[in-house]
Every structure is written in structure tokens, then in C-alpha cells.
Design a protein around this ligand. Structure first.
Ligand code: DC
Length: 228
């Protein structure tokens, strides 16, 4: 069924440029914007703080009950939205920290955790025209989205982008360690039983290895205007 307002789904592996592109496009087209990875990262941050094992789904679900994860959409905030855990806004630096990256794919593989996150993401999409970035947006969260994009890039380009991201926040990070982390996350995200990262059959595949952000944004904006 066609959604009542425009939905743009952007999926792809870590470092493919999804969040930067999605946010810029949201600004350009005045759409609501959410990077769903931040919700899984919020639970990763909580699990590290509370020393809950990333493999322990029942304990993670209890943690979610005590400290529910919510999202407030706000284009003027640093990330374009705020993630709250039990009412506390989490800092971007904590969400993006390497410690959270290392456990987040294990946490995101649990089916009941995903069910809860997906339900919240769908409620957000009901608020108005939206662009959502993640791994399962076109396949599971918004399967009827009018525009679906699978954004990809070579692992070399993705490592370079993540390094630049860390450098901007003043953190030096070893390229080899990043390479290993991205490969391991790709493996976990692609091989999990529940909602694995895969190309939706009706998606436009864009390889951003040799494209600038604005080129990718313009390509997707053209798809959106063709779909309107
Ligand atoms: O996009 P990111 O690197 O911030 O995402 C962090 C992790 O969250 C990623 O390794 C897989 C998971 N994720 C997911 O399973 N489904 C989504 N829709 C978004 C992220």
C-alpha cells in the first residue's frame, strides 16, 4: 500500500555515507530525518554502562524497559535528532565511540530488540514525509517506501570516511583497526538470521566510492521528484 506521505529508505553498510547524505537530503527537501543506527547504538551505550552482556537478550530487554529509548526529531540539533535513554539525551560522541561500535552489531541481531526498535521507527514515519537511514529500512521498516536506495562504497573508501569522521572529533584511529571493525560489522549485519543487511529488490543501488556527497544527494533528490 502506498504510504500517505513520501518515505525515502536509505540502507547500506557502515561508512557508506548514509547518514550524511540522508541528513543533507532531509534539509534540502524539508523531510523528517532519522538515522536508525543511533537507536541500536543507544542500547549499546546503555549495555556498556550497566555491564550487560551484548549476547544476553533478556537482560537487554529488561534494560530497555527500565531505560526506554526514544527519539526526538530536531533538525537544529547536532545529529538532526536526539536519542533519549530513560529521558536522558545521549551525546553523539558516546553513540559513535568505538566501544559502542564493537558491540552494536551483536545487540542489533536480537529479534525482540529489533521488534521494539522497528515499532518505534514506524511510528516516527507516521509523523510526516520522512527519510530514514539504516540496514533494514527498505526491507522491513518501510517496505512500501516510494524511494529505496542501497548506498554502498568500497571498504577502502569507507575506512577513509570513518577516519575523517574520528579526526574531526579529535580522535586518531588506526586504519587497520577500523578496517577489521568494519569487516566484522559487515559480516555480522549481513549474516544475521533476522532482517540482515541486504539490497531490497526494488532499490536503486548507488556506489558512492568515487562520488561526492552532493552528487549522491542530487541523484536521490531526482529519484524522489520522479516518485512524487
Ligand atoms: O549505521 P550505524 O553504523 O550507526 O549502525 C550501527 C549498527 O546498528 C550496525 O552495525 C547494525 C545496526 N543497525 C541495524 O541492525 N539496523 C538498522 N536499521 C540500523 C543499524
Amino acid at each position: 500500500m502506498t504510504p500517505p506521505h513520501l518515505q525515502i529508505a536509505i540502507d547500506g553498510p557502515a561508512g557508506s555515507g548514509k547518514t550524511t547524505v540522508a541528513r543533507r537530503l532531509a534539509d534540502r527537501l524539508s523531510l523528517l530525518y532519522l538515522d536508525t543506527g543511533a537507536m541500536y547504538r543507544a542500547l549499546a551505550v546503555l549495555s556498556l554502562r550497566e555491564r550487560v552482556d551484548a549476547d544476553n537478550e533478556p537482560a537487554l530487554l529488561r534494560l530497555l524497559e527500565v531505560r526506554p529509548i526514544d527519539v526526538r526529531l530536531d533538525p537544529r540539533s547536532p545529529m538532526g535528532f536526539t536519542v533519549l535513554a530513560g529521558g536522558e539525551a545521549l551525546a553523539e560522541a558516546d553513540l559513535q565511540a568505538n566501544a559502542a561500535s564493537v558491540v552494536v552489531s551483536t545487540i542489533a541481531a536480537h529479534p525482540k530488540i529489533r521488534e521494539r526498535m522497528v515499532a518505534k521507527q514506524r511510528r516516527i514515519a507516521e509523523l510526516g514525509p520522512v527519510i530514514m537511514a539504516g540496514r533494514d529500512i527498505g526491507t522491513v521498516v518501510l517496505p512500501d517506501a516510494q524511494v529505496k536506495v542501497f548506498l554502498t562504497a568500497s571498504i577502502g573508501a569507507r575506512v577513509q570516511r570513518r577516519r575523517e569522521q574520528f579526526a574531526r572529533s579529535g580522535t586518531a584511529i588506526d586504519a587497520h583497526a577500523l578496517y577489521t571493525e568494519l569487516e566484522e560489522r559487515d559480516r555480522l549485519d549481513e549474516s544475521r538470521a533476522n532482517s540482515p543487511l541486504q539490497i531490497p529488490p526494488d532499490a536503486h543501488v548507488i556506489d558512492s566510492s568515487d562520488l561526492g556527497i552532493d552528487d549522491v544527494v542530487s541523484k536521490i533528490a531526482a529519484l524522489a521528484s520522479a516518485a512524487a
